[in-house]
Design a protein around this ligand. Structure first.
Ligand SMILES: C[S@@+](CC[C@H](N)C(=O)[O-])C[C@H]1O[C@@H](n2cnc3c(N)ncnc32)[C@H](O)[C@@H]1O
Length: 242
């Protein structure tokens, strides 16, 4: 509920921020990674779809159906407006990702999530839901802030680690003015949760992109070029339901 209120307030600030083909600030993009491959004719589901810009990208790639869910009413409203002229049918749900708001199971060719999954209060349940939504052979691709990034800070050119990497669970994110509880998980926790649910992991990306263009477009007080030269900003994982 705390996060819902924070996201209702923050929705406008995040309108169209880093959607596909971007995976995250200062991270390689889908244009370079091509993790999705051919998506034409696919039924796709966006977890934490925000203002709908990643779904718009999927629409431009001629998917068959556009589905999305998001905790925030304001985000869903923005996404509905953004996607109103799409040819493919659009189905959007105001819902936490920890629950199934009525999505079909064994149905989707592709489920993805761009910079949203770390908000879940129950990673296992969320991954279990995704596994159920997918068809056999379907793919799940997500990006989230790299777990090292939030645990270290840059001070006078050096990295200071003032939070244990081992510590997991909720924390109040300092970059947010209102209380916003994010979940801290280790890289191994993401990987093992996917494995425990039955996913086959196909690719893990923790690279950064530090061109002059990336530097201008993405650097803000939380994600800086200087920090990204030393730790990844983004973790990207691609996996498949066997
Ligand atoms: C950075 S935005 C995502 C941007 C979007 N994926 C895109 O590609 O443009 C994170 C989104 O996660 C949503 N969110 C936060 N907690 C959530 C939860 N528990 N369940 C579903 N959505 C959640 C927020 O409302 C917000 O829209």
């Amino acid at each position: 509920m705390i996060n819902k209120n924070s996201w209702e307030e923050a929705a406008a600030r995040f309108y169209g921020r880093n959607p596909l083909p971007e995976y995250g600030p200062l991270a390689p993009s889908e244009d370079e990674l091509n993790l999705f491959g051919e998506v034409e004719g696919s039924a796709v589901l966006d977890i934490g779809c925000g203002s709908g810009h990643s779904l718009l990208y999927m629409s431009e790639r001629r998917v068959k159906e556009l589905w999305g869910l998001d905790l925030s009413k304001n985000q869903i409203y923005a996404a509905e407006k953004l996607l109103e002229d799409c040819k493919a049918p659009v189905r959007l749900f105001e819902s936490p990702m920890e629950a199934n708001p009525g999505l079909p199971e064994g149905y989707f060719d592709l489920v993805y999530s761009i910079f949203a999954i770390g908000w879940t209060t129950d990673l296992s349940k969320t991954v279990e839901n995704v596994f159920r939504y997918l068809k056999s052979g379907g793919r799940f691709i997500f990006s989230w802030e790299h777990p090292l990034h939030s645990r270290v800070r840059l001070k006078e050119g050096a990295l200071i680690m003032d939070q244990a990497y081992h510590k997991e669970g909720p924390y109040d994110h300092e970059a947010w003015e209102n209380t916003a509880m994010m979940q801290q998980s280790k890289v191994s926790t993401y990987i093992n949760t996917l494995i425990d649910q039955g996913f086959h992991i196909e690719r893990i990306v923790e690279d950064v992109r530090l061109s002059e263009k990336d530097r201008e477009r993405h650097s803000n007080r939380w994600y800086s070029y200087e920090k990204a030269t030393m730790v990844p900003t983004t973790l990207i994982i691609k996996c498949r339901k066997p």
